[in-house]
Design a protein around this ligand. Structure first.
Ligand code: ATP
Ligand code: LTN
Length: 335
């Protein structure tokens, strides 16, 4: 039997190389694995858990779909769709809310982190992982390829699935998080002690966005924070976090081993050489994506067609599971 893979990304800003290395690039690889059936979702309902400008959110949703296609996700091989186009997600989240203890949600580190940055904490932000559990569980998902920061949410999804199965009988598949061995947590260029994040994307020099101009990329990487030494090697020492992050980006994008990467820089004259090499690699990976994206985003009609097609396919998988769950929980289904 094929393993079903489900993952999602928020249209909260243009995606950055952390999202690309930790998640999206791996989705493209998974799509070419004949043993996998892949579903990738633009989670616009998740984006609403922090304030958004409505017009920008709509634009970024289309932009993200175009970016999915530009990086090589193929609607003939994977199901690509927008979360709010399939009502199962919101409805399923409600049902799962009613079996999820609130104490589980209060423990989520991402909630603690994100809520500390908000003036008003919305109920949706606390509930975010339950919506994510609905995304995953109503598709009978086996594998969830995500970056390190989402591991706790997938663990919570497993707990919700087990709790439901215990109360109502075997229903949900208990999914596995698939976290890359390297590159699962790319750090901010301006602050290598914090993860690169879309919501900090507006801060100059924090992230490299996939659609950034080569000059901007070069500038951001050349200004990346490093230590005052000159030793170019992988290291867990917090002082070396900046250099370690640059090496990790370089390694992920070249596909080399750590040893081979360190050998590449054995004769470097300092961090300037390292940064130049990283900028070159990042530009060579992102430039074709940017060019593709420009062409794809111009064909709005085609994007609309693909969104509709993806939503139909997604609905046909998740709706039967929703009916099953409603019936098991005691809701009277209309005949
Ligand atoms: P936001 O700041 O709006 O929460 P984000 O940058 O964290 O956005 P998400 O849409 O939440 O991005 O995540 C999309 C995918 O990218 C997830 O699988 C997530 O684990 C992964 N990801 C996010 N940031 C990084 C990072 N710095 N390194 C590696 N993977 C990442
Ligand atoms: N919370 C995730 C995005 C997300 C997701 C999902 C990932 C929403 N639903 C389902 C995997 C599976 C994040 O990356 N911040």
């Amino acid at each position: 039997m094929k393993q079903r893979v489900f993952s999602g990304i928020q249209p909260s800003n243009v995606i950055h190389i952390g999202n690309y290395i930790g998640a999206v690039r791996r989705w493209v690889a998974s799509q070419n694995d004949p043993d996998k059936e892949n579903i990738f979702c633009i989670v616009d309902l998740h984006a609403l858990t922090v304030p958004q400008d409505p017009t920008e959110l709509r634009e970024r949703t289309l932009d993200l779909l175009a970016l999915f296609l530009a990086v090589g996700l193929d609607p003939d091989k994977s199901i690509l769709f927008v979360q709010s186009h399939v009502p199962v997600h919101a409805e399923g989240a409600w049902l799962l809310n009613c079996i999820t203890p609130i104490g589980w949600l209060n423990k989520m580190t991402q909630f603690k982190d994100k809520s500390s940055k908000q003036e008003t904490i919305l109920a949706g932000l606390l509930d975010y992982p339950v919506l994510m559990a609905a995304d995953i569980l109503f598709y009978d998902t086996h594998e969830v390829p995500v970056g390190e920061d989402q591991k706790q949410h997938v663990e919570l999804t497993r707990n919700i699935a087990e709790r439901f199965n215990h109360h109502y009988g075997e229903t949900f598949i208990v999914p596995e998080p698939m976290i890359a061995a390297s590159g699962a947590r790319i750090m901010g260029l301006d602050d290598p002690s914090a993860k690169m994040s879309k919501s900090s994307g507006a801060v100059k020099g924090h992230a490299v966005n996939l659609l950034d101009d080569p000059k901007v990329i070069e500038r951001s990487i050349m200004r990346a924070k490093t230590d005052s030494g000159s030793d170019i090697r992988f290291s867990k020492d917090p002082v070396k976090a900046g250099v370690n992050n640059l090496l990790t980006i370089y390694q992920a994008l070249t596909g080399k081993t750590q040893e081979a990467v360190e050998t590449d820089f054995a004769n470097a004259r300092g961090y300037g050489d390292l940064k130049k090499a990283v900028a070159e690699v990042v530009i060579s990976v992102t430039e074709p994506i940017r060019v593709q994206h420009r062409a794809i985003i111009a064909d709005r009609g085609e994007l609309e067609r693909l969104m509709q097609l993806g939503a139909e396919k997604a609905r046909s998988i998740s709706e039967p599971r929703l009916q099953d769950v409603k019936q098991k929980m005691g809701l009277l289904l209309p005949q």
